[in-house]
Design a protein around this ligand. Structure first.
Ligand SMILES: [Zn+2]
Length: 316
């Protein structure tokens, strides 16, 4: 393993803030695959997956170095200042770094950093995987979200990743300044993996994605290893996704877990009024299908998302 500092920033008081890149390479013409974690400093699952990848590849370098056919780059913590504070945003600037990759950005240290990261990824990758977790409110099943414009290139790669579902959704203005959008626009295929919830690590989900990453590396010819088969992901179009929202402010008490196949009318939880001691509403599923997003944070206001369900998917 070779380690490189792609960026070192002087900090006002202490040691410099650095972005590290670990490389495992066979110096061949096989694909170069890069993994990025921690763009949002409160999303920790990707760090766990990178830890597992680094550990696995270090062992492989010793036990079976010929198995490494291409190049693997791991950027385990690309927003160290936010990670140290466990905040989504870059501290001091209050900037979402994953909204600083497009053109027309106002010059700042965060924007300079994101440009260096983008250039480094473009120059050293044929495929990029960007790990994310959900926000504080919603728990997500391991999934890949693909903008429809990039579907043709990304879908065959995404199917190797051992996720539960692949959600193909229309483009929107908000994506234009993200890392993955700008890589895809520059013709470097980039997959965004979303799982769990921020501030937490769920090793089962992390292990599932880790196995998917090994499978992706194997399928692309970057690694030559023996593996168990991976999950066939559910392919989801946006019109199949049904959102359940709170109709009233209150506390949401969940009574199911993500990953469940629901029947229409099956109970998801209840909305309660903690002040008056009343149950405001029993929340039920509007359709049958796979529950892939569920509200974890109980406080809700009118319109808050409670759940997302892929309609028509049934348990086999
Ligand atoms: Zn994120």
């Amino acid at each position: 393993m070779q380690t490189q500092r792609i960026l070192s920033i002087k900090s006002p008081l202490g040691p410099p803030v650095e972005i590290l890149k670990h490389t495992f390479s066979a110096q061949s013409n096989k694909p170069r695959v890069s993994f990025v974690a921690g763009l949002h400093g409160d999303e920790l699952e990707g760090l766990y997956i990178c830890h597992k990848l680094i550990r696995y590849l270090k062992e492989l370098e010793i036990s079976n170095p010929e198995a490494i056919k291409g190049q693997i780059n791991i950027y385990p913590a690309v927003n160290p200042q936010a990670l140290e504070n466990a905040t989504r945003l870059w501290p001091f600037f209050s900037l979402d770094v994953n909204r600083t990759f497009g053109s027309g950005q106002i010059d700042s240290l965060a924007v300079e950093t994101s440009q260096i990261l983008l250039q480094d990824l473009k120059s050293s990758s044929e495929i990029v995987i960007d790990f994310h977790s959900s926000n504080l409110q919603l728990m997500e099943l391991p999934q890949i979200r693909i903008i429809k414009d990039f579907e043709k290139k990304l879908l065959p790669l995404a199917k190797n990743c051992n996720v539960d579902l692949i959600w193909i959704h229309p483009n929107a203005e908000i994506f234009a300044s993200t890392l993955a959008f700008n890589l895809n626009k520059a013709k470097t295929p980039a997959l965004v993996i979303e799982t769990g919830i921020c501030h937490r690590i769920y090793p089962n989900a992390g292990d599932q994605i880790f196995n998917g990453m090994l499978n992706l590396l194997h399928e692309t010819g970057t690694l030559n290893i023996k593996l168990d088969s991976v999950k066939e992901p559910k392919l989801v179009q946006s019109d199949q996704v049904k959102m359940v929202q709170a109709y009233h402010s209150g506390l949401f008490i969940k009574q199911v877990a993500v990953g469940k196949f629901l029947e229409e009318g099956e109970r998801l939880g209840k909305l309660i009024d903690p002040i008056e001691g009343s149950v405001l509403k029993e929340i039920v599923s509007p359709c049958s299908g796979l529950l892939f997003t569920l509200r974890e944070h109980p406080l809700v206001h009118k319109g808050s998302p409670l759940a997302r369900i892929v309609e028509t998917l049934r348990k086999k």
